[in-house]
Design a protein around this ligand. Structure first.
Ligand code: MV4
Length: 523
């Protein structure tokens, strides 16, 4: 049975230390400010001029660029929290967020870890252990072996029992490392060897096991919250099938594949999964959903996730505020009864990668940054104009999230927002999203986990440049000036009617407007 420390003494946090950087540090800072809790951040040398340092109440240097010398210094971070009188540490995602040992260190130092108990992190950290516990809890898992296969003979036997195609997976794994699809007995030996050595290299553990391979499944995950009073709730699903090499690029809620009935069943399974390991705070239960609407537990992410905003926008729940309140010992209130999605939200991740050059990293100075705004548009951004993007950390700079009444309107709004967005100085994945908005399968919600890689390999998703403006800045400036003086002279209605579409004058005028928008009158 999971050891539960029981409800913490109810208390108000006065100061919280954020053990992270970038957009998620900014996101947590905002929640702290709204709850009137003092904020402290750590920062590495290259992050000293970063947005979290600018926005926090207190900021502390933690070391040089390499993560192991800065953001991964578990003991130094806990010591700092004690020294500065922080009541709690928010780990964000990545870095120390899923290290059971870190959660334990916090607890021993009397600092609240804003996340689940160390025991729950550990139980979900092992694929084979979590599979066994899910089976015991009645949560559906992909049919297959519930223990590692030690040699090729055992693997062959297991594969026959399961039936080809099978998936070989690393027991310690996750993220697709050490994973191999095997379509026939003839391929098994080489795939088994490859999976084992990749597992050993990635996780220091060469244990692998076999599952039935699902064909073109979707990745659908359920957001859960658990309080310290024994209650776990589901906040519905996120569709995360659009991934490039196991990196999510677009997420949305609700899933185009889910209706109220499937949502309810997946939500119940996710709540059972979390409860089975004594889960508290925010977590995500990942499922594979097959084309017949059957779903299978994949793994549980024991942290706040990058894509949490789409859930926030369709449920109206502030997940970071909920994490803080749960960690303070508050019970989940009536606003968490029977949460249903309202409207539709889509998130695209802005990576500093060049989609025209195989998604190569694209560090450099952000020379121009204009973020979209207006109805239903949210930016979770960790950088600002003039900031330097380095190669030291994850290339995700920001997320653009839109909300609208339904999916077609949300996609239209995403297109509008991408049209307003300008980033110069570095390359980003924005052109890929412009291309996706012209893809019939994406528009129809026909998604599966292999779709993006297949389309990119087939050259189907030519990244689209932003609508190109001719390089005519002075003519543009003249046109803008002409328009302004004309508008003043005529009392605001412009020069009297739109020129016929495609007319020479109309094209030039539009080019001028685009150019003026691109550069801005201020630069
Ligand atoms: C699978 C699968 C099909 N069948 N398991 C990849 C990462 C790992 N966490 C689980 N993964 C998969 N497991 C079975 N039995 C297909 C995938 C998969 C995938 C899953 C989620 C998100 C993206 C993916 C991309 C390719 C393959």
């Amino acid at each position: 049975m999971p050891t539960s420390p029981g409800p913490p003494e109810p208390r108000r946090f006065r100061k919280v230390l954020i053990a992270n950087r970038g957009e998620i540090a900014v996101r947590v800072l905002r929640a702290l400010a709204e709850l009137d809790i003092r904020s402290a951040v750590i920062y590495s040398e290259p992050d000293r001029d970063g947005l979290p340092v600018l926005l926090s109440d207190e900021a502390y240097p933690i070391g040089p660029a390499p993560s192991r010398d800065s953001y991964l210094r578990a003991e130094a971070i806990v010591e700092l929290a004690v020294r500065i009188g922080a009541d709690a540490i928010h780990p964000g995602y990545g870095f120390l967020s899923e290290r059971a040992e870190f959660a334990r260190l916090c607890r021993e130092a009397g600092v609240a870890f804003i996340g689940p108990p160390a025991e729950a992190i550990a139980a979900m950290g092992s694929k084979t252990e979590s599979r066994r516990r899910m089976i015991a809890a009645g949560v559906p898992v992909v049919p297959g072996g519930d223990s590692p296969v030690g040699d090729l003979e055992a693997a062959a036997e297991a594969a026959v029992g399961i039936g080809y195609p099978v998936m070989i997976k690393a027991a310690a794994g996750g993220g697709g490392k050490g994973m191999r699809r095997v379509d026939s007995a003839a391929e098994l030996a080489s795939a088994f060897r490859a999976a084992r050595s990749e597992a050993a290299a990635s996780f220091g553990d060469d244990a692998v096991y076999l599952e039935r391979c699902l064909v073109e499944p979707r990745h659908v995950e359920i957001q859960v919250l658990g309080d310290h009073h024994g209650r776990v709730v589901s906040l519905g699903e996120r569709e995360c099938s659009l991934q490039r090499r196991h990196q999510k690029v677009v997420e949305e809620s609700p899933s185009p594949a889910a209706g109220p009935e499937l949502r309810a069943r997946m939500g119940e399974a996710a709540v059972a999964a979390a409860a089975a390991v004594g889960y508290t705070n925010a977590g995500t239960v990942e499922f594979l959903l097959d084309r017949d609407g059957r779903f299978y537990f994949l793994e549980m992410n024991t942290r706040l996730q990058v894509e949490h905003p789409v859930t926030e926008l369709v449920t109206g729940i502030d997940l970071v505020a909920a994490q803080l309140r749960i960690a303070q010992g508050e019970p989940l209130g009536p606003e968490f009864d029977d949460v249903r999605p309202h409207g539709h939200a889509v998130e695209v991740r802005l990576y500093a990668e060049d989609p025209f050059r195989g998604f190569a990293p694209s560090p450099g100075r952000i020379r121009l940054l204009r973020l979209p705004a207006g109805p239903g548009v949210r930016n979770d951004c960790g950088v600002y104009e003039g900031a330097e993007v380095t190669v030291h950390y994850d290339p995700m700079l920001a997320k653009l999230i839109v909300w609208a009444a339904d999916r077609p309107r949300a996609l239209a709004r995403l297109g509008r927002a991408l049209g307003e967005l300008r980033i110069e100085g570095i390359q980003t994945t924005v052109p890929l999203y412009r291309a996706l908005l012209a893809d019939p399968d994406f528009l129809a919600g026909r998604l599966d986990v292999g779709m993006l890689d297949r389309k990119l390999a087939a050259g189907e998703l030519r990244p689209r440049e932003e609508p190109e403006a001719p390089d005519l800045p002075f003519i543009a400036a003249a046109l803008v000036h002409f328009e302004r003086s004309n508008r003043l002279a005529t009392g605001g209605a412009g020069s009297g009617g739109r020129p016929a579409a495609g007319s020479r004058r109309g094209e030039w005028r539009r080019a001028g407007r685009r150019e003026a928008l691109r550069r801005g009158p201020w630069s």
